[in-house]
Design a protein around this ligand. Structure first.
Ligand code: FPP
Length: 255
């Protein structure tokens, strides 16, 4: 039985995005290396997929490596890449059991070959699973994603005249189609662990209307109760998408 029971299903976010912060501080407090913090963080990542699935969440996206994380010490970057290459193959059978499909958001072309191979294999092996999507955000940055979308839009025209006309008529809805997020639902709830209160370039487009939730718990110590608390909090939010509370309560959001 899941402790998520009691949450009305229509109030469960479909897409939960998590900034898994606090691995380093958690490790320091335990007298451990930063890499040990990331290792423990990777274990929580596995747990959170199960907890989210039990709660009825359909997609979980996890900020595992940002476009800015290349600025970290080389040894820490190498450690993260090694973690990815060694732990991911062990996760695949567990993802199959859970019916979890792995998707990647971000450009992994600069990742070491072993990490890329592990990712490609895991994506292939889990592609037909339908219970929950696990979206690993790797070398991902929201600003870069939007820049790439603009470039794709530009490149989609053969002649200058059509391009100029389309550009003058460009809307957010049109540009969104070029962001490469076809399989990805809008983020409903964005959680950041580790006490900081910022978005750090994660899911910038969807941050427009995602509900934000910040917790002081460091990621390696994150528990099912922490996730349930965030889901409970979300269930009590009123999402207005620019409308008035009265309009929302009258149920006309989709008119
Ligand atoms: C933030 O904590 C965490 C990261 C930048 C990496 C997240 C990685 C994992 C959870 C492990 C799984 C890894 C992969 C690549 C799948 P921090 O290091 O910024 O913590 P601090 O703010 O306390 O220093």
């Amino acid at each position: 039985m899941s402790s998520a029971e009691g949450l009305p299903l229509q109030r469960v976010p479909k897409h939960v995005a998590i900034i898994m912060d606090g691995n380093g501080r958690w490790a320091k407090a335990q007298g451990l290396s930063r890499l040990e913090g990331h290792k423990q963080g990777a274990k929580r990542l596995r747990d959170v997929i199960q907890w989210a699935k039990d709660a009825g969440v359909k997609q979980v996206s996890l900020y595992a490596f940002s476009t800015e994380n290349w600025k970290r010490p080389k040894l820490e970057i190498a450690g993260l890449m090694t973690l990815l290459a060694t732990l991911l193959p062990l996760e695949v059978p567990k993802m199959q059991e859970k019916g979890a499909r792995l998707l990647i958001l971000g450009d992994i072309s600069k990742f070491p070959w072993l990490a890329r191979r592990a990712l490609d294999k895991a994506v292939q092996a889990t592609k037909n699973n339908t219970e929950i999507d696990v979206i690993l955000c790797l070398n991902y940055g929201g600003q870069q994603e939007i820049v790439d979308g603009v470039k794709s839009f530009y490149a989609s025209f053969d002649d200058e005249q059509t391009r100029a006309k389309a550009f003058s008529e460009l809307t957010p809805e049109t540009l969104y189609k070029f962001l490469g997020r076809d399989d990805i639902l809008p983020v409903d709830l964005l959680i950041r662990t580790g006490g900081e209160k910022r978005i750090s370039n994660f899911h910038l487009w969807d941050a427009a209307y995602a509900e934000l939730y910040f917790t002081d718990t460091n990621w390696p110590a994150y528990s099912e109760q922490d996730l349930i608390a965030a889901l409970q909090d979300f269930a009590h939010r009123e999402r207005r998408f620019g409308k008035t509370s009265e309009q929302v309560q009258a149920g006309d959001r989709d008119e």
